[in-house]
Ligand binder design. Structure first.
Ligand code: ARG
Length: 263
């Protein structure tokens, strides 16, 4: 419930952006050489919280922090742009709708590169390798998906975790889909679901924050995250982001940011 207002705000945002967006192409110009939706800024959409990739932090210029946010901030720096973060519903992001509506230049939200998503989205080069996992309360007796027969599995709507759970759960298990980790994790803590199936680094963060939960299974789904852009909309910006990412890998900045969140 707590999340409902944000979902509505997100939907209104998409509608407003659609209404105000007559041209579909952001044409680079002298004042805006990369054709971003706001000259001088790199505006990113992100579904928050998804710690350690994106979460609130009032002490930063954008109001958010995390691996995606720091990496995007460094990329914006390379491009001489100011980073702006727009909190966006993940399902609207992964479907390509928020991007097509011109809500932001780039989706930076731990988004797994998939063939289905490529139908609507241009992805950057991969920037993070990931996998799925099962999080349960310590001493629950649950050690695998098979143990969830007749029980409830929490997932985030529109995610690869939702797909994996749906395809691999026991027939009698129920999938409960939440709009974000901001509802999913409290639901597990409140006992409203018996397990969470989602990206390993995020479940692992929950264990770090609250050791009364444990990861009992990892699923090697060979996922890679990419930054997402509306398909065909701004190839020059996509190229610039890939070049900046490579520069940050070459000069050690990528490793510094990676170590800050994952070592
Ligand atoms: N990697 C998963 C996917 O792409 C989950 C991403 C969720 N991201 C987020 N910021 N909530 O489906």
């Amino acid at each position: 419930m707590a999340r409902l207002p944000k979902v509505i705000v997100g939907a209104v945002g998409v509608a407003l952006a659609l209404a105000g967006c007559s041209s579909t192409n952001n044409t680079p110009s002298a004042e805006n050489s990369l054709g971003t939706i706001t000259a001088g800024s790199l505006t990113i959409c992100s579904d928050i919280p998804f710690k350690p990739f994106e979460y609130e932090d009032a002490s930063t210029p954008t109001g958010y922090t995390g691996f995606d946010i720091d990496l995007m901030s460094a990329i914006a720096g390379q491009l001489n742009l100011k980073l702006v973060v727009v909190a966006t519903d993940f399902d609207a992001l992964q479907s390509g709708a928020a991007l097509a509506a011109g809500q932001c230049d780039v989706g930076a939200s731990a988004i797994t590169i998939t063939d289905a998503r490529k139908a609507n989205i241009d992805f950057s080069d991969p920037y993070y390798d990931s996998l799925q996992s099962l999080l349960v309360p310590v001493n629950s007796g649950i050690t695998s998906l098979a143990d969830l027969a007749g029980k409830r599995i929490g997932v985030q709507t529109g995610t690869t975790g939702e797909t994996y759970a749906t395809q691999n759960k026991p027939a009698s298990a129920t999938i409960v889909s939440f709009p974000s980790d901001g509802e999913e994790w409290p639901a597990l803590q409140a006992g409203q679901v018996d397990a969470l199936l989602q990206d390993y680094p995020v479940n692992n963060q929950h264990v770090k924050d609250d050791p009364s939960y444990v990861i009992v299974a990892k699923y090697q789904t060979d996922e890679q995250y990419g930054f997402a852009m509306a398909q065909g909309k701004n190839p020059a910006l996509l190229q610039a982001i890939n070049a900046a990412l490579q520069t940050l890998r070459d000069n050690g900045t990528y490793t510094t940011i990676y170590d800050k969140y994952f070592s």
